[in-house]
Design a protein around this ligand. Structure first.
Ligand code: AMP
Length: 527
């Protein structure tokens, strides 16, 4: 099954191709054909499996751009997910002129939302509470909705949205399609399905028994903007002779290869868009040692026999447990030591936990190596090489050259050695210490997040949007990554991804909210 077969609308196919999707993920292969037919569906799938596309692609194919009425509604548990989902859907709809996708969620100014809704929105991505709010105000008219999606249904129930969801489902016209996605299938989900879905097809990505090779596996929580920097540090630190790096899309492969080359690595990319002759050239370079880093998509890597790499890097968390096992299985062959490293951004940590559970394997969290760690390792390696040369080579000629120069210039031999060492280390090119990441302990936030305390609240006439704007604006982090914001009279708690927390605290030092200087610090768990 490929995207040409699944995207009946060529405009969506174009968008998906531009996004660099190469291979249909298992949930997409199963869900899209059913959903396109207009049938109801229950899909058991986690975030990170590509489920937004699994419902988004068929949903958009059923929307008529010439009709400006509301045609589809996606319910998500949180604001963050609603924004993420809307962004992804907008990408799929990039070439479908006339389709408007709008996220609506609590905390955002409702009058603004009403104005946007009046402009003719066909697809709404919303949190249940805010959707009800609009239904009650008659600013959302459900009579024309043809598709409704319950995304992360179990999570919505955990958050107490059952009644809201049922109320929303009651307002739908008789003729409509319901797509329900949930990571788990507890009884209340099955009850909702029983009451509101018509003869649904149940799909589940069946897990094969997977045998994970016994190699060391590590993961690093990273800021998405610093991914290539962290990757470079890991490559420098472990210095593998041959490495294989996996990305989820062709576009990422190309971008990463350019980035790595810019940093002075011998890297080459391999993906499905390349001609056979190009692929052969890349593989020859890798086998001959001209290239020591190969960056590939899962599909491209499948067709090649490179099974003896020293390290596998998952630049992107794979979309399927099976891909993870295939990827890391490329290292540690024939009794050789192998290592696998995975970079994790924000909520991808859940996907990784899922992989660990299904593959019954342990992936250890490691702190990102600091510049000093890398300097120490580089020095250690150089000193080992130097000792080897001193013991095994004849240095007479070199000593003669040095003596001549030292006499002329009046330097000590130690100074000269230090200068040569600096040249070897490329000291000037050492990355700046941007990654310093503090450990914040347990701040009572959800996994992967840090809860921050800000000494400003409702009494100062601050709104959630002000907090969101300040935190995202000052730190340069995408607003969608900001987690829960709880506002009280005199203070506010805001959750941000672990890897951004230090940046946010730092950036907020000089920031003002509503003209007031604020203090931001990690929350205590008891708060
Ligand atoms: P989701 O599970 O929908 O949250 O998707 C997780 C990530 O995978 C998103 O960044 C998607 O853009 C990406 N993605 C979804 N489907 C594919 C695919 N078939 N190939 C590559 N990336 C994908």
């Amino acid at each position: 099954m490929n995207f040409e077969e699944l995207c009946l609308d060529t405009r969506i196919l174009r968008a998906v191709t531009e996004m660099g999707f190469e291979q249909v993920s298992p949930i997409q292969a199963q869900a899209i054909p059913i959903a396109i037919e207009g049938r109801d569906l229950i899909g058991q799938a986690q975030t990170g499996t590509g489920k937004t596309a699994a419902f988004g692609i068929p949903l958009l194919q059923r929307v008529d751009p010439h009709n400006k009425k509301l045609q589809a509604i996606v319910l998500c548990p949180t604001r963050e997910l609603a924004i993420q989902c809307a962004n992804e859907m907008r990408k799929f709809a990039k070439f479908m002129h006339g389709i408007k996708v709008l996220p609506i969620y609590g905390g955002q100014d409702i009058t603004k939302q009403i104005r946007s809704l009046k402009g003719g929105t066909q697809v709404i991505i919303g949190t249940p509470g805010r959707v009800i709010d609009h239904i009650n105000r008659h600013t959302l008219k459900m009579g024309t909705v043809g598709t409704v999606v319950l995304d992360e249904a179990d999570e919505m129930l955990n958050m107490g949205f059952r009644e809201d969801i049922e109320t929303i489902l009651e307002t739908l016209p008789d003729e409509h399609q319901t797509l329900l996605f949930s990571a788990t299938m507890p009884r209340p989900i099955m009850e909702i399905a029983g009451n509101y879905l018509k003869n649904p097809e149940i799909i589940k990505v069946v897990k094969k028994e997977l045998t994970v090779p016994k190699i060391e596996q590590y993961y690093y929580e990273v800021n998405p903007r610093k991914k290539s920097e962290v990757l470079s540090r890991l490559i420098d630190m472990y210095d593998p002779e041959l490495s294989l790096i996996f990305c989820n899309t062709k576009r990422k492969v190309d971008e990463l290869v350019d980035d790595l080359k810019g940093r002075g690595y011998f890297a080459a990319g391999l993906h499905g868009d390349m001609k056979q002759s190009q692929r052969d050239r890349v593989m020859n370079g890798f086998r001959s040692g001209k290239t020591d880093i190969l960056v590939a998509t899962d599909v491209a890597a499948r067709g090649i026999d490179i099974d003896d790499v020293e390290a596998v890097f998952n630049y992107d968390v794979p979309q399927d447990d099976e891909y993870y096992v295939h990827r890391i299985g490329r290292t540690g062959r024939a009794g050789r030591t192998g290592r696998a490293f995975t970079l994790v951004v924000g909520r991808e940590i859940y996907k990784l936990k899922d992989i660990q559970r299904y593959c019954k394997t342990k992936i250890k969290r490691q702190p990102i190596p600091s510049v000093n760690d890398i300097t120490d390792i580089k020095v250690e390696k150089l000193m080992e090489k130097a000792s080897d040369i001193i013991e095994n080579e004849n240095l007479g000629k070199m000593i003669g050259i040095l003596e001549e120069h030292l006499d002329e210039r009046d330097y000590s031999s130690l100074e000269m050695a230090a200068a040569l060492l600096m040249m070897q280390m490329g000291e000037n090119e050492m990355p700046s210490e941007v990654m310093h990441r503090e450990e914040f302990g347990d701040t009572g936030a959800e996994p992967g997040m840090v809860r921050l305390f800000i000494n400003i609240g409702k009494k100062q006439k601050v709104r959630i949007g002000d907090i969101l704007g300040a935190v995202a604006g000052e730190s340069g982090m995408e607003g969608a990554l900001v987690g829960a914001i709880d506002m009280y009279d005199k203070f506010t708690f805001v959750e941000v991804p672990n890897e951004y927390a230090a940046d946010v605290i730092d950036a907020m030092k000089d920031a003002k909210i509503k003209g007031k200087t604020v203090n931001v610090e990690p929350a205590n768990k008891k708060d």
